[in-house]
Design a protein around this ligand. Structure first.
Ligand SMILES: [Zn+2]
Ligand SMILES: [Zn+2]
Length: 325
């Protein structure tokens, strides 16, 4: 545990007076014509004034949409009566402004990127553990390995206590880092990610690699679902990175919230992400206000020198947001 720090600048998970509701969801379901289905879906979202990103393929749907609470209620009602999309376990969070600039509904070859050669090998996924059982395990100090299936920059600002850091920059590199997980073979493993979707292919990949399926679990609904119930007294420390304009959401909204990230320059506790002001670098990094000012919004002295050439300057106070790749 680190010291107590004020956590500011992002939206709490629990509903307060926020005007915008954000839904995170996925479902693996057979969609015969994803292109047609996505066009219909886009019309519905447009009619409701929703923004966000929804991807579909023959195997399912993966999306994050944001809109007024009324629009979101209508969208959920629509989904719940839909023959393909009913019974989705939606994760909700809230914000003062819509964190998406526009709406994208697309049919894509992959709805979650896990650069693996034979998708057929990925049909056996790990069983789910619900948040209550999982919380109980954590409370009892159950002997298990907590595997974070997210990217390193997500881990940097928040994670479950005692979880294992993924040795990959991006989730799609999982197959290159599989050796790292060898020592956990034969142990009880619980995987988690933001909303649960990345654990589906990841757990299947571990099982395909010969890990014992009876010992592997995936946290149902991910960090977001856990935080809805156990945010303030749970075992998750720091913020949760999200792939929209908010960049992160607070998990613990009480006074006991801690900051687990560090300023890239001075190493003080900090969890505010910036993209390097040197547009050719564009590195996503954490910086405290004073270092951000001191280094002119860049990640390093060399980037600072580069932007001293006026041709290279990116407006200092324009928020520049990292996108998932
Ligand atoms: Zn600093
Ligand atoms: Zn840089």
């Amino acid at each position: 545990m680190h010291g107590v720090h004020e956590v500011a600048g992002s939206s709490p998970v629990s509903p307060t007076t926020h005007m915008i509701t954000i839904l995170l969801f996925y479902k693996f379901t057979r969609i015969d014509n994803p292109t047609k289905e996505s066009l219909i879906h886009k019309e519905i979202c447009l009619a409701l004034g929703l923004k966000g990103r929804i991807l579909m393929n023959e195997e399912g749907i993966n999306g994050t949409v944001a809109g007024t609470s009324e629009a979101i209620a209508l969208y959920r009602a629509y989904m719940n009566q839909h023959r393909l999309f009913k019974k989705i376990d939606f994760k909700e969070s809230h914000s003062d402004a819509n964190p998406f600039p526009k709406l994208k509904v697309k049919a894509r070859r992959e709805i979650i990127t896990l650069d693996i050669q034979s998708p057929d090998a990925l049909c056996v996924r790990a069983k789910h553990v619900d948040r209550d059982t999982f919380h109980d395990w954590l409370k009892k100090g159950e002997d298990m390995v907590l595997l974070d299936m997210r990217n390193d920059y997500e881990w940097e600002i928040g994670r479950f206590v005692n979880s294992v850091r993924p040795p990959m920059k991006y989730f799609r590199e999982l197959k290159d880092s599989i050796d790292f997980y060898e020592p956990f073979r034969g142990k009880k493993i619980v995987m988690f990610c933001t909303g649960g979707i990345r654990c589906e292919p990841a757990s299947a990949y571990f099982i395909a690699q010969g890990f014992d399926p009876s010992l592997i679990y995936q946290l149902e609904g991910g960090i977001v679902k856990y935080a809805e119930k156990y945010g303030n007294e749970g075992f998750y420390e720091g913020k949760c990175f999200v792939f929209d304009d908010r960049l992160s959401i607070s998990i613990n909204t009480s006074d006991s919230a801690v900051i687990v990230g560090h300023c890239y320059h001075c190493d003080q506790f900090n969890d505010i992400y910036h993209n390097c002001a040197n547009k050719w670098c564009n590195k996503l990094f954490l910086a405290c206000d004073s270092c951000h000012e001191k280094y002119h919004g860049t990640c390093s002295l060399s980037c600072q020198i580069i932007i001293n050439d006026p041709v290279n300057v990116r407006p200092f106070h324009t928020p520049v947001l990292h996108r998932n790749k």
